[in-house]
Design a binder for this molecule. Structure first.
Ligand SMILES: [Ca+2]
Length: 407
C-alpha cells in the first residue's frame, strides 16, 4: 500500500500544468486521482503486469455537461450518426428511429426482418455506409429467431427517400450455430476504412455453448470480418485453414458489446463482458485467441472458479485492462473531436452495471487513466458515438439520449 502511494505521488509530480498542452499528450490536462474503483475485488488473482487493472483515476479539467435531449426512447441499444448530423438509433424491441440533435424522435422505420427481443436479444448495433449520401445503405445486427433457435445475424437495407422504410432489407450473415437461448449475442458493428464489416458475437452464455468461443468452426464468441455482401473478407487470418471458418477475425471472446477503431492507428479495440470480476478491454490482432473460457480474471456468478482458475497461459492474449468488480462495458468510441482537447484520442465506454460513462486514457497499449463521467445520472449507458458536431452522444437503458460536450 505504501509503495502504491509513493508511486502515485511520483506519477502526480510528473503531471504538467494544463497550459503546457499543445500536443496529443492530453493526460497532462486532467488531474490525477486515486483509482476510481474502491470496492473489494471478487478474486485475489494477480494481474499479469502493472496497470492492468485499477490504474490511477483522472478528472477532466474541462467543465463539461451531459444534456438530456430526450427520454422517449425504449431500450435504445445502438447509435450512429447520419451525414447531416441526425442520429440513427435502434431500440432493442425492434424499432429503428431517426432522432434530431434537438431530441425529436421519429417514427419506427419499417421493413426490417423480424427480431427476437427476448432476454438480451433484439435489434442491436447499427452503422450507415460511408457513402450513405449516395447509396443510403444501412447495416445492422439483430437476434434472428428460427426453428433451430436464435442466432446473431447481420442485415442491410436501403433507407427510402421518405425515411419511412428499409427497402430490400436482406440478411447477409448469420453467426451460426443457432441456439435456443436468449443471452450473449454480442451485437456491435463497425465499417472499417477498407469497406469491410466488423461484427462482434457472444458465446451464448450457457456452459454447453461456452467452449465454442475456442472453436474455429463456430461463429460464437468471435470478432467476424465480412464484406458488405456477407462473405468472408479477403485477407482474413484463417482463410484456407481446414476446419476453420474464413470469416473469423479473432476468437476466445465471451460477450462482446464494444468495438471501436483507433482513429490515429486504425487498430481495432474491443471490450467484453467477463464473468464476475472479469470484464476486459482488448487490443484486437487478427487470428489471436483472447482466452475465454480458458483464462479469465473473473469467477462464476455462483462464486465458483471458472475452469481451472487460471489467468495467464502461453498463446492466449492478455487483456490490456480488466475490471473487478465488473462495470459491464457496452458500446464505445474513441474521441477524435477538437472540442475538448484533453479528451482527444481517449476511449469512451458505456457502463451498464457501473452506471457511468467510462473515459480511458491509453498510451502505448496501456491504460494510464480512468474516469467515470455522469455517474450522478444513475443511468445504464448502452452505447456512445461521436456526433458530426464533435460532441459525444450516448443512450441509456432508461431511454435517454445525452449530448456530452463542454459547458
Ligand atoms: Ca480474455
Amino acid at each position: 500500500m505504501k509503495t502504491q502511494i509513493l508511486l502515485f505521488m511520483a506519477a502526480a509530480s510528473l503531471t504538467l500544468p494544463a497550459c503546457s498542452q499543445s500536443t496529443s499528450d492530453n493526460a497532462t490536462a486532467s488531474t490525477q486521482t486515486s483509482p476510481v474503483e474502491t470496492k473489494e475485488p471478487n478474486s485475489n488473482y494477480k494481474p499479469a503486469f502493472a496497470g492492468q487493472t485499477r490504474v490511477a483515476g483522472v478528472k477532466s479539467a474541462t467543465n463539461y455537461e451531459g444534456r438530456v435531449l430526450t427520454e422517449a426512447l425504449k431500450f435504445p441499444w445502438g447509435i450512429t450518426s447520419l451525414p447531416d448530423g441526425r442520429l440513427l438509433i435502434t431500440e432493442r424491441e425492434g424499432a429503428v428511429r431517426i432522432v434530431t440533435p434537438a431530441g425529436q424522435v421519429g417514427d419506427a422505420i419499417t421493413g426490417l426482418p423480424k427480431v427476437n427481443p427476448s432476454g438480451q436479444g433484439g435489434l442491436l448495433g447499427i452503422r450507415v455506409d460511408p457513402a450513405f449520401e449516395t447509396n443510403r445503405m444501412v447495416y445492422w445486427v439483430f437476434s434472428e429467431p428460427s426453428p433451430e433457435g436464435n442466432v446473431t445475424a447481420v442485415a442491410k437495407g436501403k433507407l427510402s427517400a421518405d425515411e419511412k422504410k428499409m427497402e430490400g432489407a436482406t440478411v447477409i450473415y448469420r453467426a451460426t450455430p443457432a441456439y435456443k437461448g436468449n443471452l450473449h449475442y454480442g451485437g456491435r458493428i463497425l465499417i472499417a476504412p477498407d469497406g469491410n464489416l466488423l461484427i462482434s458475437t457472444g458465446e451464448r452464455s450457457d456452459l454447453v455453448t461456452r467452449p465454442q468461443a475456442q472453436s474455429l468452426n463456430s461463429g460464437l464468441g468471435k470478432v467476424i470480418r465480412i464484406t458488405k455482401e456477407g462473405k468472408p473478407a479477403p485477407g482474413n487470418p484463417f482463410a484456407g485453414q481446414a476446419g476453420a471458418r474464413p470469416e473469423l477475425y479473432s476468437y476466445g471472446h465471451r460477450n462482446v458489446q464494444s468495438l471501436a477503431l483507433d482513429p490515429v492507428t486504425g487498430d481495432l479495440w474491443e471490450a467484453e463482458f467477463g464473468p464476475r470480476g472479469g470484464d476486459e478491454l482488448n487490443h484486437i490482432q487478427p487470428g489471436k485467441n483472447y482466452g475465454w473460457p480458458t483464462i479469465t480474471y473473473g469467477i462464476e456468478y455462483s462464486g465458483k472458479k471458472v475452469g481451472d482458475a487460471i489467468q495467464q497461459k502461453e498463446g492466449l492474449e492478455q487483456p490490456v485492462y480488466y475490471w473487478d468488480p465488473v462495470v459491464s462495458p457496452s458500446g464505445m468510441t474513441f474521441y477524435s473531436s477538437d472540442r475538448i482537447p484533453e479528451w482527444k484520442n481517449n476511449l469512451f465506454i458505456g457502463s451498464l452495471s457501473g452506471m457511468h460513462l467510462l473515459r480511458l486514457i491509453i498510451r502505448n497499449d496501456k491504460v494510464v487513466g480512468e474516469e467515470r463521467l455522469l455517474a450522478d445520472q444513475y443511468q445504464r449507458f448502452r452505447d456512445v458515438t461521436q456526433g458530426k458536431d464533435g460532441a459525444l452522444y450516448a443512450i441509456t437503458d432508461q431511454g435517454r439520449l445525452y449530448r456530452i460536450d463542454k459547458k
